[in-house]
Design a protein around this ligand. Sequence first.
Ligand SMILES: [Zn+2]
Length: 347
Amino acid sequence: MIAIPRPCRTVRPLRHTAAAMTLLLVLGQMPMAIAQTAMAQGRAAEPGQTGTAQPPATAAPVQDQPTAEAPGIGVEGPLMQGSLNLGRVPKGWTVTVDGTPAQVDTSGRFVFAIGRDAARVQIAARASHGATLERVVTVAARDWAIERVDGLPPPKVTPDPELDDRLRHERSLIVNARAASSDEATGFDVVTRGFRLPVEGRISGVFGSQRVLNGTPRSPHRGLDLAAAEGTPVMAPAAGKVVLVMPDLWFTGGTIIIDHGQGVSSIFAHLSETLVPPGQVVKAGDPVGRVGMTGRATGPHLHWGVFWHDIAVDPAQMVPALADRIDPMRPRPEPKPQPQPQVTPRS
Ligand SMILES: [Zn+2]
């Protein structure tokens, strides 16, 4: 396997450093304005830091006067396209991110996603007494790979119209499963500490790439493809509850969705076998299925998608073990092993 070197422009997510959790812990011990400025500059503010705090460059005008009870909206994380991040508001406030309600815990923390094509996200917070805060986070654009997948049976590229009802039903199963998000704290843990790799395999498809299937441009890839031998066990990448188990959906074949809490979920596709029933609570590392090539796939691999509600994010950026294998700003699949040419298993 050939490792792709990380160029120095790489933005290293805070969660990959010990500062990730520390930063949130110290937020309550220092003026929020200083904390926000430090976060906007990509560094952790030190407790006891003094000086004139300037508003963060990414903050929109605050609509009310900050007070001790309503100091502002803090954000922390990679803040790049296809990422999961943490936010903080005063206790008891509610939050929407681009209109999607976030789950705010009792301390005011919440998880939010930045989509693949987002240039900015708008975070709006509201107190029960009616006060509001707003913050706009601007996002650096990433460079997306183009991936060509050839050799798919033509009906798998353009489904027969007779399949419309089935595909609509299967889509609703997935959407409904994602909508049932618990308040489990694992959703915070995966942002700050990351996921385990669900299966050891060669990266055969990266998040966000523009797919060209049999020469026809399709929607971007919303997951990470890991090629491995058929039957290889797939492990839960973090704790959660199994909320969907389907043996053979048209696109995704054998499919499992795990709810990690806080709106964060994993989907596993193309499984040859599912090993857990719906409702099962799993720990990180528990086997949940086996690698296969069911659904729309050209070879045995695991398609792993990570979502915040219905927004897809980049799984690879949340696996510390992969941090040195994919450049988040210029992702591309690892080179195929040489010399034996083969069909790259992905979809
Ligand atoms: Zn895939």
